[in-house]
Design a protein. Structure first.
Length: 114
């Protein structure tokens, strides 16, 4: 029988109990999204990454891996990441759309003469 007598299953070594708590399994998430320009999207969202995140451009996709200590922390990080991803993707789509200024015969001079 291990323990201190009054609790037969409890160890006297409380340090090992604390170490076990710190070494709990981590929560991991991998998000992979397809994009026309994955390098642009990855470069746009990477500056907001926390140390628990890794974002890379791969072929026609962006892959982000998130590792957190808790499920709640992972969920919050994924939520923030998805919002940033939507914004970056939307901005990239609009930036690549032609404007009236791009039309044939349009003036590139922004100044107007009276």
């Amino acid at each position: 029988m291990t323990g201190n007598g009054s609790h037969p299953h409890r160890s006297d070594d409380r340090g090992s109990e604390r170490r076990t708590r710190r070494q709990s399994p981590q929560v991991r998430a991998t998000i992979r999204t397809a994009h026309d320009d994955p390098a642009l999207i990855a470069a746009s969202i990477s500056p907001d990454n926390t140390p628990e995140m890794e974002t890379v451009a791969m072929d026609e996709a962006v892959r982000t891996r998130i590792t957190r200590d808790t499920t709640g922390g992972a969920q919050a990080t994924v939520d923030d990441y998805v919002v940033n991803l939507i914004v970056a993707s939307t901005v990239a789509q609009h930036a690549n759309q032609p404007t009236d200024r791009d039309a044939p015969g349009a003036s590139t001079d922004d100044t107007q003469q009276s």
